[in-house]
Design a protein around this ligand. Structure first.
Ligand SMILES: [Cu+2]
Length: 224
């Protein structure tokens, strides 16, 4: 199941996926359980000739148990998901590893502006390289992404990296990822941002280290 998820090429993608599976199986089991009980009860207690419906007040402990026991089970399962989720959250959001590479991504209607820091390693300086819709990164390196938006709320989405982060005007939000497999992957916008939203098709290009060096040399000929 869940085979509709795209291939995971992120170092932390497995943690996100196992959290998703976890929620998926718990809600799946509850879905079939509750609907099973409803169907059994509908048949078992359907109207029958000569049998009068009983008025159930729900104040005996046995009757209250029908609410309390599932409530406690749901609460326990929920806390289980919360604890697992907080571990994943801490790993990705709080204990971010130090970065090997910095890239700026600014959303606008209807494109992604990608800024590479250039030889000085700093964003917002004269040697920055700016491109549209193409995010080039090396494989097995920690990439920090500085996210901004010019006009409306966009959502920076790298499905293969299990990274999705809203970007909004006036705010600078950082995210990171480490890709484990070279290739070209989709970079859509996951927030309906206007009539050109569905056309916001960027690409993430994960290069092998050699290939990335070549790409840098080609794009920054003045690099020492
Ligand atoms: Cu959009």
């Amino acid at each position: 199941m869940l085979s509709w998820l795209p291939e995971n090429i992120s170092t932390y993608g497995g943690d996100i996926d196992s959290l998703m599976y976890h929620i998926y199986y718990i809600t799946g089991v509850w879905f079939f359980l509750t609907y099973g009980v409803i169907i059994v009860f509908l048949l078992r207690y359907r109207r029958q000739e000569g049998q009068k419906a009983a008025y159930v007040r729900g104040d005996s402990l046995t009757q209250a148990g029908w609410l309390l026991v599932p409530l406690l089970i749901v609460l326990a399962l929920d806390l289980w998901i919360d604890f697992q989720g907080s571990e994943v959250w801490a790993k990705i959001k709080i204990d971010a590893p130090s970065s090997d590479l910095l890239v700026g991504v600014t959303g606008k209607q209807f494109n992604w502006e990608i800024a590479y820091p250039g030889p000085d390693g700093k964003l917002g300086t004269a040697d920055d390289l700016e491109m549209e819709n193409e995010l080039h990164v090396p494989v097995n390196k920690v990439v920090h992404v500085v996210l901004r938006s010019k006009d409306v709320i966009h959502s920076f989405f790298l499905p293969n990296l299990r990274l999705k982060q809203d970007v909004m005007p006036g705010r600078t939000i950082e995210a990171w990822f480490e890709a484990t497999k070279p290739g070209r992957y989709p970079l859509p916008c996951a927030e309906l941002c206007g009539f050109g939203h569905s056309g916001m098709e960027g690409s993430l290009i994960v290069h092998s280290l050699d290939e990335y060096e070549k790409w840098v040399q080609k794009n920054w000929p003045h690099k020492p």
